[in-house]
Ligand binder design. Sequence first.
Ligand SMILES: Nc1ncnc2c1ncn2[C@@H]1O[C@H](COP(=O)(O)OP(=O)(O)OP(=O)(O)O)[C@@H](O)[C@H]1O
Ligand SMILES: [Mg+2]
Length: 323
Amino acid sequence: MSYTTVKAKVCDLFNLPQIPAENTILVRQYASPHPMVPEIEHHVFNVDELRDLVNWWRGTISRNIWLYGPTGTGKTSTIEQFAARLGIPVYKIGCHLRREFSEFEGRWTFKRNESGTGTEPVFNKGVLPMSMEEGAILLLDEYDTCNPSTAMAFNAVLDSQKLLITETSELVKANDKWLVAACCNSNGSGDQTGQYRGVQPQNAAQMDRWLILKKDYLPVEEEKAILENVASQLPQDIKDAMIAYGNELRAVNVWSGGGLNVPFTTRTLIAWAKWTLSLYRSKISGNTLEVALEKVLLQRGEPTDQEVMRQIWQRVNPIGKKP
Ligand SMILES: Nc1ncnc2c1ncn2[C@@H]1O[C@H](COP(=O)(O)OP(=O)(O)OP(=O)(O)O)[C@@H](O)[C@H]1O
Ligand SMILES: [Mg+2]
């Protein structure tokens, strides 16, 4: 599909007023809406992370990025929302141990023949050649759960920017705008926490093809902006307590070297705020904040994890400030 580009101010596009207005970026506009360009949703961008993404988009250092971090830090959604704002199609595929490289290339299927008397085989290109040809983003979600030898088959494509489709012998050349993002819970050296079963240690030669970027949970001010969007009606001290509690739990999570096995994610924070608000609106009596917390978090994990989470909550709980 053909597109034109228009210049946009980075500060406006990503709602980051601290970026100088003279910084511009090219946004794609397809002649008719492209089905693979993600819808724009509310998303809080971090200025340092955005700088890395823009460098990736420009191809300054590498056109292959490996974003890793604990669950729910916003790895997948950040790539999608970056693309949404720049009008770039995203070909996302969930990876797992048994995915074969041929599934990335495409697969045979049948279509009705021209005379309408029967069917004939046709090869449907997969996410890899489609994203290459269009200069789109290939989003390899949970890529570190791939069998390491399957992942090794990407080396040749990343190096040569070409793919010879095994089944059809068609040679696909990557458009020079092609971008690849792997979103993972590990940096390729396997799961160090015991929390991310299914993650496979990857081959060092494979890892050398990626720019590895760490994705952390957002700073307080940015999480405040997220809560402002999903639950602005909640009192500020309640929202602050939610964020403070989340950060206390993160500090003692196994990922940070502590003992807690249950992650407090951005997903959890949003779910907690939405639950609290909906209970509050339904005029449910009692401590709505705590009831909602029970639903979104406190039933998870081993009894010892639950105990730790409850103890920390008792300390952080803004008593007397219930919504
Ligand atoms: N910066 C952000 N602004 C707004 N919402 C966010 C932000 N980061 C994350 N979220 C929200 O948090 C949830 C989790 O984000 P996402 O799925 O991108 O995390 P992830 O890091 O890919 O997690 P996983 O490792 O489990 O795949 C989503 O609902 C997403 O919309
Ligand atoms: Mg993800």
